[in-house]
Design a binder for this molecule. Structure first.
Ligand code: PA5
Length: 377
């Protein structure tokens, strides 16, 4: 299990109340999910992944935010070699990026996994339109529909309605699980299985964490809350494995969207060492002292491990509180555990700051403003 390098007095009564609160929340479905996964759906995911592997060289994964970052984080970190190649689209409004993705797929056989809980988000909707056109041009409408996999709400939304009308294979984003807590649902599991990640092991790691990481996750949540109250308003997630850059991105989204509301929260930032020791390293060592550092300490090679040790010592000397998360393994099981650990810690921490971990009113503001501007044109 994940090991933390610090101890902290916590308010047990408050913690128990918070944990109960999260479990009772209408968006708390992720809490027990790894232990209670619907095995019927799990089998359907594997079956769909097998079909995609057999008939496609590329799977175009379309989605943004919580419908994208989690699976990309694991795929980039573990770099599985056995599956279909994944191309990402719909995670920005850049026409240039979309063209690059279309060019990359080129004349190769491909399928699409379009992922959007609301089914109305603009970025994925635009990319889906472009790739669907390409798919229909290549295979005709009927075969194109059989190559589209839609992961969305069970009952509503534009994507849901289209999937039903066109007969796409559908997977559900559970009503009681929000985007950034959804990586261990079909949102993440289908692309992960297609890419060749062992999703049994991933869920096994997460299921073990449901009880196994409560204590360290809660202590970490209290630690960041207390540091935040002392004026440490920035948390820098540090990893020494370059392939975990997207895991940092997932962490930033998880904490940023869950905690940054009502003028509360800790700003999440990230570095990858030793690369960033030659850029942000100077600031970390000697800049403004408003930040603390959370090292995601994966098992690594001997030289890299020495760098971890050196950074811990140097940054502590430099006056930065350094929190260390020792991750037991750099594999599916380790990532399953880590994902659950951070989801739980983040929800508890947001509650300590007195905000709702599961909504994102600020993101909705941007979505609404953009819709209005586009409607005016
Ligand atoms: O965590 C969240 O809820 C958000 O980041 C959403 O995942 C993101 O805005 C995409 O939304 P949707 O899946 O509805 O397209």
């Amino acid at each position: 299990m994940i090991k933390i390098n610090f101890n902290i007095e916590i308010d047990e009564k408050k913690t128990t109340e918070i944990l109960k609160d999260i479990a009772r929340d209408k968006m708390g479905g992720w809490m027990e999910l790894p232990k209670k996964y619907d095995m019927g759906e799990f089998a359907r995911i594997k079956e769909a992944a097998k079909k995609i592997n057999e008939e496609s060289e590329y799977l175009v994964c379309i989605g943004i935010g919580g419908s994208y970052l989690g699976h990309r984080a694991i795929i980039e970190a573990l770099r599985p070699q056995s599956g279909t190649k994944i191309v990402y689209a719909g995670n920005s409004l850049s026409k240039r990026e979309l063209d690059y993705a279309l060019e990359e797929v080129g004349d190769h056989d491909f399928s699409i996994n379009v992922i959007s809980k609301s089914g109305t988000t603009l970025e994925p909707a635009i990319a889906f339109g472009a790739f669907k056109e390409k798919l229909i041009e290549k295979y005709g409408s009927k075969e194109a529909a059989s190559r589209i996999y839609a992961t969305t709400d069970a009952k509503k939304g534009a994507l849901h309605d289209e999937a039903v009308a066109e007969g796409y294979t559908m997977f559900v984003v559970p009503e009681n699980i929000g985007g950034r807590y959804s990586v261990l649902t079909a949102v993440g599991l289908l692309p992960l299985a297609v890419a060749g990640v062992d999703i049994d092991k991933l869920l096994e790691g997460a299921a073990g964490a449901v009880e196994g990481v409560v204590e360290p996750a809660v202590k970490y949540a209290w630690m960041r809350y207390k540091l935040g109250k002392k004026g440490y308003d920035t948390e820098v997630f540090a990893s020494f494995e370059p392939s975990t850059m997207y895991f940092n991105e997932w962490l930033k989204q998880l904490f940023g969207e869950s905690e940054g509301k009502n003028k509360q929260g800790i700003f999440p930032a990230s570095v990858v060492y030793s690369t960033d020791l030659h850029s942000l390293g100077q600031f970390m060592q000697d800049g403004r002292r408003n930040l603390f550092e959370t090292i995601i300490d994966f098992p690594t090679d001997e030289l890299n491990a020495k760098a971890v040790q050196a950074v811990r010592l140097a940054h502590t000397e430099g006056g930065i509180p350094v929190l260390n998360m020792g991750v037991p393994s750099f594999d599916e099981k380790g990532f399953g555990e880590l994902i659950y650990f951070f989801e739980l810690a983040c929800a508890v921490s947001a509650k300590l700051f007195g905000v709702n971990p599961f909504d994102q009113p600020g993101v909705e503001n941007y979505k609404n403003e953009l819709k209005k501007i586009m409607a005016e044109e």
